[in-house]
Write a protein that binds this ligand. Sequence first.
Ligand code: UGA
Length: 441
Amino acid sequence: MKITIHGSGYVGLVTGACLADVGHDVVCVDVDQIKIASLKQGNVPIHEPGLEDLIRYNLESGRLRFTSNPEEGVEHGLLQFIAVGTPPDEDGSADLTHVLKVARSIGQHMGDYRVIVNKSTVPVGTADRVHQAIHEVLEDRTETLDFDVCSNPEFLKEGAAIEDFSRGARIVVGSESERVQRLMRECYAPYSRQKDKLIFMDVRSAELTKYAANAMLATKISFINEIANLAESLGADIEQVRHGIGSDPRIGYHFIYPGCGYGGSCFPKDVKALARTAGEVGAPAQLLHAVEEVNEAQKSRLFDKLKQAMHGNLKGRTIALWGLAFKPNTDDMREAPSRTLMEQLWAEGARVQAYDPEASAECHRLYGERPDLCLSRQRDAALEGADALVICTEWKAFRSVDFEYIARTLNHPVIVDGRNLYSPEDVKRAGLDYYAIGRGD
Ligand code: UGA
């Protein structure tokens, strides 16, 4: 099938590479000419395991091409995926400028029937706006040119995006047109052969499904974090509670890991946007607001615990920080708990000595050179001369450590663990004070 993907960001690249890999003829379009020139050479601007290899392989096979010319893209694909960014506006609602710009460009250049497939995360009702935008551009060509707009939300997790695309639980398509359903079935057939994963529904329900899924997952996280904080006050251990509740299949183990709050480009933005949409239509969104509030407070808990551990005095201290990315296997620091912590530490006059396997360059890009930030090249180098250690991300490389060495190296024997990586007994045996989430101190 001939497929065009507008937007060569994270979602667009994963979608394009995966669809090319199963045999489709894919063109990826982006207005950023520098990015396209580098993608043509097989250089991928984001860190996603397996993506660069997949792109290079499919570039060589000729099934995947990149262009900065929208006209070429619109001419190419019967399916026109829109996978451009929808950054939050100042008021928290999703900014549709890029989506509607692509829609207009499709309308301008199309010479035949096209299906516009919206993959960007957009508020309910956006498909109607895309339809309207194309209709307006077509003007007197509306008599001869036919098109459909459908919604096909993505459920990719950063760090596991290729796996999620290939083996995800479901493929949601919002369209009641039989023609669109047939074409989308053909597009996703390689991923849906063994088990029919396609779920067809009306377009507004598909748009809401995306937000509802992320809001549900964020709710689970804020819930377990609230129970973790309660466990601290009650002298219970959240890890045992997690095991106890997760064993009930109605609850399940997924997304009930307590921590220092959720970050990334999706949950914070989507929970806010959905709450805002609810406000606009006069529907209550008490739960969504609470989920967000709990998360904001949770991001500050590491600082509070550290301050308590250091007897209220952080000025002039050097804090070792392991993990800058909002989660492992990515270099993404958007809304990362590490940022809240660093900014609080700096405001208090402390210095940060940080290590992350992938996100150092991103941290440097965000904060530049500053005297109170040192980015270490190695995990243990971040400990040298530091007063205490805080862990913000559960990278594999942090799971097995020599506690005796940490105790010897730190000026104060303190670990604040935002991801509950260790057995409290093991840490304490080495003479370290261990502050985790929901486990008593
Ligand atoms: C999330 C969803 O999981 C995807 O299904 C969705 O497609 C994507 O958003 C999106 O809308 O594009 P992502 O933001 O990449 O994916 O990351 P997650 O793995 O879901 O983690 C989000 C945050 O929740 C991280 O900060 C993580 O540390 C935190 N988390 C996750 C917890 O604190 N506890 C958990 O049990 C699970």
